[in-house]
Each structure stands twice: as structure tokens, then as C-alpha cells.
Design a protein around this ligand. Structure first.
Ligand code: ADP
Ligand code: MG
Length: 698
């Protein structure tokens, strides 16, 4: 009897024939640890021999791919040093030419290799391609294990150095499939495979790496897309079940009296959209079950006030609220605004951020423990162990996209089934909200406060800076305020910080000597930041030179000009967030994007889009298209696992099917205990529950 093999996700990649210790180390570095990881390193694209033009059918000027066998590799010295690699495909010969890095490329190509060249066809004493993209399909004729369809893998420079270019991967993957075929476990239930006619897992691995036809490639991808989405939706379904199970929550009610009195202090009325989401929130609060709600609203739509009113209800009912913001500046700003608004009311508000002096921090912690504060506003300092709430009833998370799901959980654990309100201005396209926040109910503020004028956005090159400064000068002389933003992507980047400091000095001394400027960046102490922000808010400082620390939430309605230097370095959503710093009052506002003369195509499209629209949802959709869902969601900023196969934009149909199936499965077996779900449970725990610790399947 054969000894049962371990499943492929438990076999180290090192044991695959042709890998060994050295290669394994480098594979580990790119995230390939097990045989399964290796098999999941799928081709980035495929070449189909049947659609490849034979050399005798080429025509000049055409962009195409040719495949052939290397017949000559030659470095030619005159008239200009170059490398020529000639291939033959039974119909003719073509020569690829390199003028740069001649020696480097000369080492890559060898006689008898089968190679693919992609590029523009030219004719110069024969068919030619200059600096083509290339792929080595096989080292020599004998080792051909590619059929009609040739899979091409992406790889990294260090991996290529140890023989793991595309063809190298093909070989070890071939070995892995050969030896461990039996160890590939199916991880989808039989009835779903049948329902959608999905390839079994082992077969799908074969077809994705060594396909019989392009149709089989499609089928293999379809299977893995479904698998990936099924497990993602399973995660959602389990989380959903956990929250929705008849968990008792805190019942909260209000007469509305306190809210009315607080609102009476404001110079404006709630918008219809704010009232609508408040009704949805209140229905949750009094339902007796914990609220799990996502509040979505574009920058400036007035989410903070909704949060505050929710906190007032909690306070009225004798419960504490923890309000977590992603930056100290933002926490501080919320704190100051709310404290002022609540002055004279019996609601005690406190600020808890990492940079408070220890004694002060300890005092606030003490008050939280003794239930002497109703509303604590803070940063992730709130989730530290020392923070113990006497009576936490509501958790509010501002700019949720800045936090991981884990941090959300940690804060929740400080109370007994507290209500949860998470807020975000990242305008997730509606179609995706359900998948991303499948475990949350969604409320949307789809209306801006009245009187807001659209922000005029223009894109200019650095040559125009002088005129832009003149424009700012005129506006500021009339009493407006301005932001000038420098791209400090990482606050730790010293060089950028230096650049920002120098620019600030230059601006203050040379450009705007008549105005009061200040520099704000993440390295300032809290006291300093606080002071700068307060002075900007009061108008004492007229122009705030800042890094992106002001990106989220900062609210100074008198600021009407936002100048972003090196705008090409920012992503679309980030630019949109930054832009939200202006246009917060009734005055006309301007966002000026400045870039060097020459920027790449994608950056150019970002600038043009921002000029064209102020609609956050449109921008998010475009952002998705420009970056691809992989990158948009890939950073786990939404607390989701990375997706390798599925595309959240294009695979809507599969998402819906997977969602239905996963929810039905959990409905009928909430703890995945049925014997026929054993493999699902094993796979799920291995892949998701361990990493994300979101769900306990008991
Ligand atoms: P965001 O949704 O981006 O967090 P804020 O809560 O910071 O937006 O609100 C932006 C600005 O709009 C603030 O100055 C706030 O006082 C103001 N605001 C909020 N609600 C209203 C309203 N109903 N009418 C007018 N202004 C409002
Ligand atoms: Mg906000």
C-alpha cells in the first residue's frame, strides 16, 4: 500500500526535483514555500503556436511574436557593436538585434534554444527585430514539454540568475506535478464542481501549466477564480453568521432631546442624506443586536457629525464610545471640534493619542476605566492593553480603509458586543461594496451639504509655478488660505523631508515674504503639530506647507487653494482625498496639480481625470481600471486576502455565484462540521483563518 502523501500545501518546495536548498531559499523570498505555492505560481500569459505567424508570412511594421530555434548568436563589432541572435522556424530566418547590454544578452541566448521574440518587424538584409521582448521557451529541443500552448511565467532577476526564468519554472512545475499529483486535494464540494462544470483541482493545475488548448486554459482559470472567490465569500459568510447569530446587543434608545439641543448650536441643518443614514443607524441601535455598519460618504459629506450623534445616543444610554481615527492630527481635530460643540453639556470627551505625556495618558486611561468619560477620541493608542473601558457600548472607526480588520476587532473586544460604525471616504464602487464589506451593512451619504461649489481642478507643469504663486498671492491677500503639499510618501523618508523643509524656507523667504507660512510634517512633535493646526485654523497662518499628513479629514473651511507639487507621485484616490481639504466652505476653491513636463501615460491620465471630475465614485472606478483590482485591494487595506486569479471588477458573475453558494453552505452548516465539508474546513483554516484570525470555527 502506498504511504499516504501529505497534501501539497504541507510539502516544502525544496523537495521538488530540480529545486534544492539554494533555489528554495530564493523561492521563499518571493512567497513560494510549498508545492502548492509553486503550482499557484501560474503563467502570466500564454503563446498559442497556432496563432503565431511563420517567418515567411511576416510584413514590415507589424507588431508580432515569432517563435524559432536559435541558429546563431554573434557579437558584431563594426560599424556599431551589437548582438545578433538569429532564429529559424522552418519557413525562414529572423534576426534579433541588441545594441545595448550586448554582453549581458549574449550570455542569455544559446544555440538550439527555442525562443519567442515579440516586437516590431523590420527588414534589413532580412527579417529583423530590434530590442524585442523575448522568452526562452526551452533550453534545447529535447526537453520540450510544451505543446501547442506555451505558458510564460513572470520571474525576478535573482530567480533568473539561478536558472528560474520562464522555462526554468516550467521544468520544476512539471516535476512537481509529476511527483505530487496524488497529493493535490480537491477543495470544492462535488456538487459545486458539477453545477458549474468546473475542472477538478489536479486537472486544473495541469491545464493551467501545460494546457491542451486555449479553451482549457480558460477552464482552468475559471476553476481557480471560482475557488478563490468561493473561499473569500466563505470568509464573509462565516463572519456574517458570527455577527448575525442571535447575538445579544445593547439596546439603545433616545428621546432626541439632547441631539436637538446640540444640533441647534450648528449654523446649518442636517442634510437629507445625513438624516437617512441616522435613521438606519438608530434602527440598529434599538434592535437589541449589535450594529455592524459601514458609513460611506465622499470627502466632505459630513460623516463626523453622524458619528457624533451616534455617540450622543450611546452616552444618553449610559455607554462609552471609542472613536478611532488614523492620524493624530485627525483625532485631535475631531476632539477639539467635538469638545467645543459639546461645551456646557454633561458629556465628557477625552483625547487619547500616543504622544500625550505619560502622566496625562495615564490620567485619561484612569478616567476611561472609571467611566468618567463618555466619548474617547484617539488613534490606535486606543487599542493598547492598558486601555480598559468600564462600559464600552459603541466603537466608531474613522477612515476605515486606513486600518486593518484586526485593529477593528481589538477595539471591539474591549466591550461586550458593542455597536460598530466604520466610516470611509474611499468610494468603493457600489458593485464591490458587497464583496469587500460583505459582513457589514452599508449606509451611504449620497449628498453634499448645500452651498458647496465644485472645486476647480487644473493640471499645470512646473514651468507655470510663478504664475500659480501669483494667483495664490492674490487670493491670500483677499483673506483666503492655502495648502501647498509636498509628496512625502513615507514620513520616514529623510530626503523628501529635507526637500519639503527647503521648499518651505524658499517659499517663506523668497516667494511669500509678506505672508505667514508654516511647515507641517509627521516628524513634528504632537504639541508642535497641534499648534500649527490651531494657528492655521484660526487664520493666523495663511499658507500651510505640508506633507500628506493632512491627507485625511482635516477641515479648515476658509482654505480655498490646494497646490500639490509632484502630483504625479500620488495615486488617484490619494489625490482625491487631498483635494477634499478644500471646497469645505461656501467659497470657490481650487486644486492645482503640478507635475514635471514629462510624466508617464498613466500619471497623465490620472491628472486628466481629476481635472474632469470631482465625483469620488467615478474616480474610484477609474482608479480600479488604471491600477487593476490586484493593486487596489492587494495591500490588504480592506482586510482581504490578495486575489491571484479573480478580478473584482470583471468577474462579477462568478462573485455572485460564489457568494450565493458560500452563504448557503454556511447557512446549512455554520461551523463546517459536516463530514463532506471536512476538506473545505481544512483548506479554509489553513489559508484564511490562520492568517486573518477573523473567524473562529469552533
Ligand atoms: P467627512 O465626511 O469628509 O468626514 P466632515 O464630517 O469633516 O466630512 O464634514 C465636512 C464639513 O462639512 C465640516 O466643516 C462640517 O462641519 C460640515 N458639515 C457637516 N454637515 C453639514 C451640513 N448638514 N450642512 C453644512 N455643512 C455641514
Ligand atoms: Mg472625515
Amino acid at each position: 500500500m502506498a504511504i499516504p502523501q501529505k497534501p501539497i500545501d504541507e510539502i516544502e518546495v525544496q523537495f521538488v526535483k530540480g529545486v534544492g536548498e539554494r533555489r528554495a531559499r530564493l523561492l521563499n523570498e518571493v512567497g513560494i514555500f510549498t508545492v502548492e505555492d509553486l503550482l499557484l505560481h501560474v503563467p502570466r500569459r500564454y503563446l498559442d503556436r497556432s496563432t503565431i505567424l511563420p517567418i515567411n508570412k511576416l510584413s514590415t511594421g507589424e507588431e508580432t511574436t515569432v517563435i524559432g530555434q536559435v541558429v546563431k548568436v554573434e557579437i558584431i563589432k563594426y560599424p556599431r557593436r551589437r548582438l545578433e541572435v538569429t532564429i529559424y522556424d522552418r519557413t525562414g530566418i529572423l534576426t534579433a538585434v541588441w545594441f545595448n547590454q550586448v554582453d549581458f544578452f549574449a550570455r542569455i541566448f544559446k544555440k538550439d534554444q527555442e525562443v519567442a521574440f515579440s516586437g516590431k518587424v523590420g527588414f534589413f538584409r532580412g527579417w529583423q527585430m530590434v530590442h524585442p521582448d523575448f522568452d526562452i521557451i526551452d533550453e534545447s529541443k529535447e526537453q520540450l514539454h510544451t505543446g501547442q500552448i506555451i505558458p510564460l511565467y513572470s520571474t525576478t532577476q535573482p530567480l533568473r540568475k539561478i536558472g528560474l526564468a520562464s522555462h526554468g519554472f516550467r521544468r520544476i512545475i512539471h516535476n512537481a506535478l509529476e511527483k505530487y499529483r496524488q497529493a493535490i486535494e480537491e477543495n470544492l464540494p462535488e456538487f459545486l464542481l458539477r453545477k458549474y462544470r468546473l475542472l477538478p483541482r489536479a486537472e486544473a493545475f495541469f491545464q493551467i501549466h501545460f494546457p491542451d488548448s486555449m479553451e482549457q486554459v480558460k477552464q482552468a482559470w475559471r476553476r481557480f477564480k471560482y475557488e478563490e472567490l468561493f473561499y473569500l465569500e466563505l470568509l464573509m459568510a462565516l463572519r456574517h453568521a458570527l455577527y448575525r447569530s442571535p447575538v445579544q446587543g445593547i439596546k439603545m434608545e433616545t428621546s432626541g432631546e439632547l441631539i436637538r439641543r446640540v444640533l441647534a448650536r450648528l449654523p446649518f441643518q442636517l442634510t437629507k442624506a445625513q438624516r437617512k443614514v441616522l435613521r438606519e443607524i438608530y434602527a440598529d441601535l434599538k434592535s437589541g443586536h449589535p450594529m455592524n455598519r459601514l458609513l460611506q460618504g465622499d470627502v466632505g459629506s459630513g460623516k463626523t457629525l453622524v458619528a457624533l450623534i451616534t455617540a450622543l445616543i450611546a452616552a444618553e444610554n449610559g455607554y462609552q464610545t471609542a472613536f478611532m481615527a488614523p492620524t493624530e492630527i485627525l483625532a485631535e481635530q475631531h476632539y477639539l471640534n467635538i469638545r467645543d460643540l459639546l461645551r456646557g453639556f454633561p458629556i465628557r470627551v477625552a483625547l487619547l493619542i500616543g504622544s500625550l505625556p505619560p502622566a496625562e495618558k495615564a490620567a485619561v486611561q484612569e478616567q476611561i476605566r472609571n467611566d468618567e468619560v463618555h466619548l474617547v477620541i484617539g488613534t490606535h493608542a486606543l487599542i493598547q492593553e492598558k486601555v480598559e473601558f468600564k462600559n464600552l457600548g459603541l466603537v466608531i472607526i474613522d477612515e476605515q480603509h486606513r486600518f486593518g480588520v484586526l485593529q477593528r476587532g481589538e477595539l471591539m473586544n474591549k466591550g461586550w458586543n458593542p455597536h460598530l460604525l466604520v466610516m470611509t471616504a474611499t468610494p468603493i464602487p457600489r458593485t464591490l461594496a458587497l464583496t469587500l464589506y460583505g459582513d457589514l451593512d452599508v449606509s451611504i451619504i449620497d449628498e453634499m451639504p448645500p452651498g458647496r461649489q465644485p472645486i476647480k481642478t487644473v493640471w499645470r507643469t512646473e514651468k507655470k509655478l510663478k504664475e500659480i504663486y501669483q494667483f495664490i498671492r492674490e487670493k491670500v491677500a483677499q483673506g483666503d488660505q492655502a495648502y501647498i503639499i509636498y509628496p512625502l510618501i513615507e514620513e520616514s523618508e529623510k530626503i523628501d523631508l529635507k526637500a519639503a523643509k527647503e521648499s518651505y524656507e524658499h517659499l517663506q523667504k523668497q516667494v511669500f515674504p509678506e505672508f505667514r507660512l508654516a511647515l507641517l510634517h509627521g516628524r513634528l512633535s504632537n504639541r508642535e503639530k497641534e499648534e500649527v493646526m490651531a494657528q492655521f485654523k484660526s487664520g493666523e497662518i495663511q499658507i500651510l506647507v505640508s506633507t500628506t499628513v493632512v491627507e485625511v479629514g482635516v477641515d479648515v473651511p476658509n482654505a480655498t487653494i490646494l497646490l500639490i507639487e509632484h502630483a504625479e507621485r500620488f495615486g488617484l484616490s490619494q489625490l482625491h482625498q487631498l483635494r477634499g481639504r478644500v471646497g469645505r466652505g461656501r467659497k470657490k476653491s481650487y486644486c492645482i496639480l503640478v507635475t514635471p513636463e514629462k510624466i508617464n501615460e498613466v500619471a497623465r491620465r490620472r491628472m486628466e481625470l481629476l481635472e474632469k471630475t470631482g465625483n469620488g465614485f467615478m474616480i474610484a472606478e477609474e482608479d480600479l481600471k488604471l491600477r487593476g483590482s490586484g493593486e487596489f485591494f492587494g495591500t490588504r487595506q480592506h482586510g482581504l486576502p490578495d486575489l491571484r486569479f479573480a478580478n473584482l471588477v470583471e468577474d462579477q458573475k462568478i462573485i455572485q455565484a460564489a457568494r450565493r453558494d458560500a452563504f448557503a453552505l454556511v447557512e446549512n452548516d455554520p461551523h463546517l462540521r459536516l463530514p463532506e465539508h471536512r476538506l473545505i474546513r481544512r483548506y479554509f483554516q489553513k489559508k484564511y483563518a490562520d492568517k486573518f484570525k477573523l473567524v473562529q470555527i469552533s
